[in-house]
Write a protein that binds this ligand. Structure first.
Ligand SMILES: Nc1ncnc2c1ncn2[C@@H]1O[C@H](COP(=O)(O)OP(=O)(O)OP(=O)(O)O)[C@@H](O)[C@H]1O
Length: 232
């Protein structure tokens, strides 16, 4: 399912924070969203998911216009947010976390990803299925959050700084898992990340914004040939 964002402008109240944002992500591909603090990265994700309204522009997922739909319907279409911080229920076990989210996301067309498939995809979670999520390490909690995000029929993951608080080796591991999930399931992703060198190992395309406007959009290869630091 191709995500096409075309000239989206949005913000808070009367204040536009991001303007005329455009990009396209094909299934199975990952786009990095880079920019300095306060550039508007999270605002773009919130606009895609419908947490804040867009004032102009269109968002289509495989041809379906999403920009006027409520959050619940956008989730049904396959948009999934992995929020900054731990997107898990700390007082529930791994299994209970998976059960709660499965109940809320039955998925569509019989091809939905179930809790048991998530445990097959992440053996480290299967080993800890009875553990309380809140007692697990940061890396394990992030893996569970990723597992929860793909239950049902995900099409596009919105990943908000998933590496925050993780040791460098765990960051590499998590990113490898994100890459594998996207390629294997044909799910696209937007990755907001400050750890640019690590992100560059898994992303296909890069969008850089500065004070709410796109200042660079290119493939991984083009990004590596460009002095991107001037855009921050
Ligand atoms: N709920 C809100 N109400 C009003 N203004 C907000 C709100 N959230 C963010 N902003 C403003 O929108 C601008 C962009 O913020 P945003 O969180 O999108 O940036 P960001 O690029 O994600 O930053 P960071 O890397 O620090 O998370 C900032 O000026 C911020 O103060």
């Amino acid at each position: 399912m191709t995500l096409v964002v075309d000239r989206v402008t949005s913000g808070y109240g009367d204040r536009s924070v991001v303007a005329e944002i455009s990009f396209t992500i094909e299934p199975g591909r990952i786009m990095a969203l880079f920019g300095h603090n306060g550039a508007g990265k999270s605002t773009i994700l919130k606009s895609l998911l419908g947490l804040i309204p867009v004032s102009s522009g269109t968002i289509t997922l495989d041809g379906h216009n999403l920009e006027r739909l409520p959050v619940t319907e956008r989730v049904e279409h396959g948009l999934r947010l992995l929020p900054e911080g731990r997107g898990v229920f700390p007082e529930l076990t791994v299994e209970e976390n998976l059960a709660v989210v499965s109940a809320a996301n039955p998925g569509r067309d019989g091809g939905a990803i179930t809790a048991s498939q998530v445990l097959e995809l992440f053996p480290a979670l299967a080993e800890r299925r009875q553990a309380l999520a809140g007692n697990m390490s940061g890396g394990q909690q992030q893996m569970l959050a990723l597992g929860l995000a793909i239950i049902g029929s995900p099409r596009c993951l919105l990943l908000e700084e998933p590496s925050v608080g993780l040791q460098p080796d765990l960051v590499e591991h998590l990113f490898a898992q994100i890459s594998r999930i996207c390629r294997e399931l044909g799910v696209s992703a937007i990755l907001i990340e400050h750890k640019i060198a690590s992100a560059m190992k898994i992303v296909d395309d890069v969008l850089i914004i500065n004070t709410g406007e796109v200042v660079f959009y290119g493939s991984n290869e083009e990004t590596r040939r460009t002095d991107i630091w001037k855009f921050f």
